[in-house]
Ligand binder design. Structure first.
Ligand code: NDP
Length: 448
């Protein structure tokens, strides 16, 4: 879909000119600007107030050198980033990604999306993202620790419990958050909730680990219920086998579905009897192994090289939980040809624009990332609340709050889509509902 409005078309051209060579960021902005066409027709005051020009420009881009020493005494230099995209509605909040594909454009697209997602949670958190092109894969614990300490030595100058509170993302789990927190505490001599996703012994929240995957399924449950459907008896495919994927599989299974396939960046496993999640947890969470090891334990399952093939597995519901642009137009068409009924995004921007178009034009229910995976950051905000109170809620209390948040997100997104004449288009609904709260706040704050 092309943008028709002249102001938005020119703004998109400016974004491309100002951020050359960053296609992921252009893709994320283009989608939002398309959704905002009917909004600015109704509210031209947002243009006059400069809100839309400002919302596509990060408030602050921090880039730094991260030198570290490996186990053999060799020095390596990586690049670190923190992009504080929009702090209108609260302290900056968003994860850190450690992956070799990280560059400024990836962090920018993630920070931009985070602004809208955080707004949708209904909680007071602004949007940010950070990370490094460091690859934790194959590194020893001590190498990861030395890298995290060096990364935090620089990052600590820009974050704080009331300023900017990072969390995990790809390649940053409990181990990395522990090392990062330890170094922050040492440098600043303060014990505050400066990071979320912390271990339970030092201020972490129960249910944070599960939150993104569980939240994704709560959102999908609402989307299905609207059409009189449920997870019960459905066949599900979940890409990835990291934090989001594992807990999406757990909740989908608890809700009565059978998950038959999971993947990593090398390939995918298909188990017609339903994935045995204990095996996956043992391989991925305990041993940091590869998904192909699943067939060593379950020889009746099949392993296929190449992660893209997972989208050729017949399913009713697909939950992409690995990375950006993992479903292209061709994979989306394969899912449609196999009769997929619903797709909900656990990863950030996993579907290309062509894939989204293929789903929507074939009547597939489609839950976009900004809404569907917001449960992780929402629970991070609940972790911040608990840290401020110096108190912990039970697993059941946090899970119940997460469930309510996801139900509300679904309702708000779905009613925003209907209000602007695009009923069932949850992509537009999420962009519009996320935008309006931030835009109103930016207008109230004046030109800042
Ligand atoms: P993890 O690092 O725990 O897991 C990532 C998974 O995705 C791994 O299975 C990994 O395989 C696979 N993967 C990563 N990059 C690629 C790639 N280029 N091609 C194919 N597969 C790949 O990360 P998370 O589970 O935390 O994050 C997954 C997605 O969910 C990301 O898009 C993230 O931004 C998003 N997300 C995460 C949240 C959270 O709370 N953690 C919150 C909201 C969104 P391999 O091991 O082979 O690299």
């Amino acid at each position: 879909m092309a943008i028709k409005n002249t102001y938005l078309t020119e703004l998109m051209e400016t974004v491309i000119k100002r951020n050359p060579g960053e296609p992921e960021f252009h893709q994320a902005v283009q989608e939002v600007l398309e959704s905002l066409e009917p909004v600015i027709e109704k509210h031209p005051e947002y243009i006059k107030a400069g809100v839309i020009d400002s919302i596509v420009e990060p408030e602050r881009i921090i880039k730094f050198r991260v030198p570290w020493v490996d186990d053999n005494g060799n020095v390596h230099v990586n690049r670190g980033f923190r992009i504080q995209f929009n702090g209108a509605i609260g302290p900056y909040k968003g994860g850190l990604r450690f992956h070799p594909s990280v560059y400024e454009g990836i962090i920018k697209f993630l920070g931009f999306e985070q602004t809208f997602k955080n707004s949708l949670t209904g909680l007071p958190i602004g949007g940010a993202k950070g990370g490094s092109d460091f690859d934790p894969k194959g590194k020893s614990d001590m190498e990861v620790m030395r890298f995290c300490q060096s990364f935090m030595t620089e990052l600590s100058k820009y974050i704080g419990a009331d300023t900017d509170v990072p969390a995990g993302d790809i390649g940053v789990g409990a181990r990395e958050i522990g090392y990062l927190f330890g170094q922050y505490k040492r440098l600043r001599d303060e014990f505050t909730g400066v990071l979320t996703g912390k271990g339970l012994t030092y201020g972490g929240s129960l249910a944070r680990k599960e939150a993104t995957g569980f939240g994704l399924c709560y959102f999908t449950k609402e989307m299905l219920a609207e059409k009189g459907q449920s997870f019960e008896g459905k066949t599900v495919v979940v890409s990835g086998s990291g934090n989001v994927a594992i807990y999406a599989v757990q909740k989908a299974t608890e809700l009565g579905a059978k998950v038959v396939a999971m993947s990593d960046s090398n390939g995918y496993v298909y188990d017609k009897n339903g994935i045995d999640l204990d095996t996956v947890k043992e391989i991925k969470e305990v041993r940091r192994g590869r998904i192909k090891e699943y067939v060593d334990v379950h020889p009746e399952a099949e392993y296929h090289e190449g992660c893209k093939g997972i989208w050729t597995v017949k399913c009713d519901i697909a939950l992409p939980c690995a990375t950006q642009n993992e479903i292209d137009g061709e994979s989306a068409q394969a899912l449609v040809n196999n009769g997929v009924y619903a797709v909900a995004e656990g990863a950030n921007m996993p579907s290309t624009p062509e894939a989204i178009h293929t789903f929507q034009s074939n009547g597939v229910l489609f839950g976009p990332a900004k809404a569907a995976n917001a449960g992780g950051v929402a629970t991070s905000a609940l972790e911040m609340s608990q840290n401020s109170m110096r108190y912990s809620w039970t697993f059941e209390e946090v899970d119940a709050k997460l469930h309510d948040i996801m139900v509300n997100i679904y309702k708000n997104v779905s009613s925003a889509a209907a209000e602007y004449g695009m009923a069932d288009n949850l992509v537009a609904g999420a962009n519009i509902a996320g935008f309006i709260k931030v835009a109103e706040t930016m207008k109230a704050h004046g030109v800042v």
